[in-house]
Design a protein around this ligand. Structure first.
Ligand code: HEM
Length: 421
């Protein structure tokens, strides 16, 4: 390995492509893969990743091979075609490689076709502009208060002390989780979807996930027939073609907001602070008002790309990037590469807050385009605004901690000193 990038990680030597196990969480947490992605985009934009036949301790395992799509245009082509590249067998390697997702057909992200469109329409309709405005006000106040606390404390871990609190509170607001239950949901949320450690216990994550599902089951039962305006009540009372939603559809879709909206948003918020500390000219431009909050938010989304890859299963033979994809093949789309494709972005490895155009696909593309994109943007914009208005200086004072996962990526722990404006 040679050199380090701004994240402080060693650069993975692209000549080692044949040895790179893209399914390995450690590869993503411990190396900067920019040079590897570049090699793939230039030389093998649709690459066949060989099957894993052995684990590192020599014991036999078998995980099928999969396609690796790294260019922006090819990524968009796969993501927009939900019929040929389905999500119903899973939308990340973790589930696709073991043959399916237990929430298939019940949770939006792993449902396709008319049912996906019907349930998605319901949830979209509930996310009204008036609700978004109400949430935006609460988010701005919460972020400012957390950043003031961080300024008072001097040193803080931006990931744990600031970013960790905001997205889950927002999702709890959306679902109207009673205040008394929120610490419980925060605790379960942290154990069920967080991938902060190399030694995450799958058993704990499984138990926490089931506790969350049963919590939402009780909440939905208690709200059925009531007149509340929150998402749980709406889903509990909703009818599609005259029939109520299945209980499992209600609870999995409540859970999916935590799954989709918590850690992703935290990683973008923490990554923003890290990038601003590493790029003083950009930080000055933000503070001085030379760059607007909206383009800055988009560049942070591109730069951090919290969802590293998305997976699909080919339902029929297809040709992509000159390669023949077979029916039943697993196809992975690497947003972490597509968002840095020179064919789409000028000087992609530069963090440029006023980048235009900025057609990043951080929120995906096509039928599964992130349902929480507006909320994610509101939370990030609030963070950038609060930093701009309240903070004069950001200094990273410890080693950033990176997420151990092949589908989420970025900085989760970031010790910083914030100086008051
Ligand atoms: C879908 C990323 C915030 C809820 C997605 C997808 C991506 C994504 C890449 C597509 C998944 C696929 O195609 O397989 C992000 C990022 C966020 C963010 C990077 C923050 C920066 C949120 C928030 C919520 C949310 C705040 C909810 C409150 C969802 C849901 C879906 C989704 C429900 C499934 C939509 C569907 O399948 O139709 N998100 N997300 N996300 N996201 Fe987000």
């Amino acid at each position: 390995m040679k050199g380090t990038d701004v994240t402080g990680l060693p650069v993975f030597d692209p000549d080692l492509l044949p040895d790179a196990d893209l399914a390995s969480p450690a590869l993503h947490a411990e190396y900067d893969l920019a040079a590897l992605w570049r090699r793939l985009r230039d030389e093998e934009p649709v690459y066949w990743h060989p099957a894993a036949s052995e684990s590192s301790d020599g014991s036999a395992v078998s995980a099928p091979g999969f396609w690796v799509v790294t260019r922006h245009a090819d990524a968009v082509a796969v993501l927009r075609d939900g019929q040929r590249f389905t999500s119903t067998s899973g939308n990340v390697l973790e589930t696709l490689l073991v043959g399916g997702d237990s929430a298939a057909g019940k949770m939006l992200a792993v449902t396709d076709g008319p049912r996906h469109a019907e349930v998605r329409r319901l949830i979209t309709a509930a996310l009204t502009p008036a609700l978004m405005d109400r949430l935006a006000e609460r988010i701005a106040a919460q972020v400012r208060s957390l950043i003031r606390d961080a300024l008072d404390a001097g040193t803080c871990d931006f990931g744990r002390d600031v970013a960790a609190a905001v997205p889950l509170a927002t999702i709890c607001d959306l679902l109207a989780v009673p205040d008394a239950d929120r610490p419980y949901i925060h605790r379960l949320g942290a154990s069920s979807v967080s991938s902060h450690a190399a030694t995450l216990s799958t058993a704990d994550a499984w138990t926490a996930k089931n506790e969350i599902l049963s919590y939402f089951l009780d909440l939905a039962d208690s709200r059925r027939g009531s007149g509340g305006e929150d998402l749980v009540t709406m889903l509990a009372n909703a009818k599609v073609r005259g029939r109520p939603l299945g209980t499992d559809e209600i609870v999995f879709n409540c859970y999916s907001l935590i799954l989709g909206g918590d850690e992703t948003t935290r990683l973008a918020m923490t990554g923003a602070v890290h990038a601003l500390a590493a790029e003083p000219a950009q930080w000055r431009a933000l503070r001085g008002g030379e760059v607007g909050i909206d383009p800055a938010t988009e560049e942070v989304l591109r730069w951090t790309t919290p969802s590293r890859h998305l997976g699909r299963l080919a339902t029929e033979p297809a040709v992509l990037g000159g390669r023949d994809i077979g029916a039943g093949d697993v196809v992975t789309v690497w947003l972490a590469s597509a968002n840095f494709d020179e064919r789409e972005f000028a000087d992609p490895l530069r963090f440029t807050l006023d980048r235009t155009p900025n057609r990043h696909i951080t929120f995906a593309y096509g039928p599964h385009f992130c349902l929480g994109a507006r909320l994610g943007r509101i939370q990030l914009a609030a963070t950038l605004e609060a930093l701009r208005d309240l903070v004069a200086g950001i200094e990273v004072v410890g080693t950033p901690g990176h997420v151990y996962s092949n589908f989420l990526g970025g900085i989760c722990d970031l010790p910083v000193v914030l100086k008051a404006a």
